[in-house]
Structure formats: structure tokens, C-alpha cells
Design a protein around this ligand. Structure first.
Ligand code: SAM
Length: 257
């Protein structure tokens, strides 16, 4: 991971300089300049602080690649949040992307305590969000967290293999997808391929932790070269995929974020 980061650090384009695609350049400018929505993150960060102090203990279901650091099934909510919630910097990015692309529907694969979901929702209060979580007790924590924020978030509880197709059939048309659960190569590629028939020309897909492990690095290598991927942006932690047919040369832009 350190070597991968060093390579990224020395090759990534800074603040959009050297990005030739006008679409990607404009997006980079928005990401780096858009500071106007700071207030809306404050409430989410207050919630994170509260959860990080929580002594509540829950029984979590083990799905394999949830976290490298947790070994038994009893967890303090504060540990769940500490190890799996999207950090503020990347939550902000999710919010900016939702604000920019104004999706009508968002699918999040992997809810955890719902911090990432709340950042997604902060980008556009009218977007309907479907978020999927396998662990019932974790989902309960997320549901409580959503209660004080939004009523347009639906949690689907169950193992992704059992719930994904059903959820996709229900949503029918995906505008924006955040894939942040079960960070292993085969499942990640499988989710991508399962999701694709429900996507359209303007769908935006975000993969989290693409540099976390060799498996995720390999998964990203396949996803960015997939025939349906027309443009991708790699910010080291996350990979953003665009399917727009007009970007026929399938370029990967590595941006420093
Ligand atoms: C990294 S966390 C999600 C973090 C969240 N998206 C955020 O931004 O705060 C991944 C979640 O996916 C769930 N998960 C992992 N593999 C799963 C599977 N195969 N089926 C259902 N849930 C799974 C875990 O229980 C965990 O809560």
C-alpha cells in the first residue's frame, strides 16, 4: 500500500492541472473549489463525534472483509464508526458529486452506521437513497441516525448476494452508486457487473478503498478497463467511473485529493 501511495503521490495531477478532458477538468475544479456547503457537514460531524463517544455495544455479523482490525463479534458502536465510517474529507467529496450530478436515485452498498449515507443525502435533500447493510444491529444504529436527518433513506437489510438483485429490480434505473462493502476482488467485480444493466449513460459509480489491498487494486484495474467504463478518476482511496459513450477512449485520470 505504501508503494502504491508513493506512485500515486508522484504521478497524480494536482488541482486539475494537466487534465485534458474538459469534463474531468471541470469536475476537478468543482471538487477543489466548492467550499460553499461547509455548514451542512457540521451536523453530520457532530453525529460522528457523538457516535465515537458511544458506549453502546452491538453484535455484528461478520462478512469477511469488513475491517482488518476487528476480530470478535461484539463491537462498541464507536469502534464500528472509527473503523468503517467514511472520513469527512471523502464524505464532502460524495456530497459535492451528488450536488453536481443531481441523481434522482442513489444506491449505497454498505451502510454501516450511515455516515456516508448522510453525506450522500447532504448533496441533494430530494434524492431517494437506497442503502444496503448485512448486519441487522448495525442497520438499526444507522436507522436511528437517519431518523434525525432525512426520511428519504431506505435501508435494505441482508447479505448483498441475497438482496442486490431484488433491490436493483425495485429501483430499475440507477443514477448514482456508492460501492462500499465487501472489499474483495471477486465480489466487487460481481457487484459492478450486476449493477451495469441498471445503469445509463449518465450513471456515476464510486468504488471505495480501491487501493486498500492488492485484491481491491486488482478489482479496480479490471473495472477501469471494463468495456463499459468510458472514463475513470482515481483519487487513491476512491475510484469514480463514468459510462458516457461520448468518452470513447476509456482514460483513467489520477487526481491528487
Ligand atoms: C465500510 S462499511 C460502509 C461504510 C459506509 N458506506 C460509510 O460511508 O460510512 C461496509 C459495510 O458493509 C457491510 N457488509 C460487508 N460485506 C457485506 C455483505 N456481503 N453483505 C451485506 N453487508 C455487507 C458491513 O457490515 C459494513 O457495515
Amino acid at each position: 500500500m505504501i508503494l502504491r501511495y508513493l506512485k500515486y503521490f508522484f504521478t497524480a495531477k494536482r488541482r486539475g492541472y494537466g487534465v485534458h478532458s474538459p469534463f474531468a477538468y471541470n469536475l476537478a475544479i468543482k471538487i477543489f473549489k466548492d467550499k460553499k456547503n461547509i455548514e451542512k457537514y457540521i451536523e453530520i460531524e457532530k453525529l460522528r463525534e457523538k457516535l465515537l463517544k458511544s458506549k453502546q455495544e452491538i453484535e455484528v455479523s461478520d462478512f469477511g472483509a469488513g475491517s482488518k482490525k476487528m476480530l470478535d463479534n461484539k463491537r462498541k458502536v464507536r469502534e464500528v464508526v472509527k473503523y468503517s465510517a467514511t472520513p469527512k474529507k471523502y464524505g464532502r467529496l460524495l456530497s459535492i458529486l451528488v450536488d453536481k450530478f443531481q441523481p434522482k436515485t442513489i444506491l449505497e452498498i454498505g451502510t454501516s452506521a450511515g455516515i456516508g449515507t448522510l453525506y450522500l443525502a447532504s448533496g441533494n435533500k430530494n434524492t431517494k437513497i437506497f442503502t444496503m447493510e448485512g448486519c441487522p444491529e448495525t442497520a438499526k444504529v444507522a436507522r436511528n441516525n437517519f431518523a434525525n436527518f432525512h426520511n428519504n433513506i431506505e435501508i435494505i437489510v441482508g447479505e448483498f448476494d441475497k438482496t442486490l438483485t431484488k433491490t436493483l429490480n425495485k429501483i430499475e434505473k440507477l443514477d448514482f452508486v456508492f460501492i462500499d462493502g465487501n472489499h474483495r476482488k471477486e465480489p466487487t467485480i460481481k457487484y459492478f457487473e450486476t449493477i451495469l444493466p441498471f445503469c445509463h449513460n449518465n450513471t456515476v459509480l464510486i468504488f471505495d478503498d480501491i487501493s486498500w489491498t492488492s485484491q481491491m487494486h486488482e478489482a479496480w484495474a479490471e473495472i477501469k478497463q471494463h468495456e463499459k467504463t468510458k472514463l475513470s478518476i482515481n483519487i487513491f482511496k476512491m475510484g469514480i467511473v463514468f459510462l458516457k459513450e461520448e468518452f470513447y477512449n476509456n482514460e483513467e485520470i489520477i487526481l491528487f485529493y
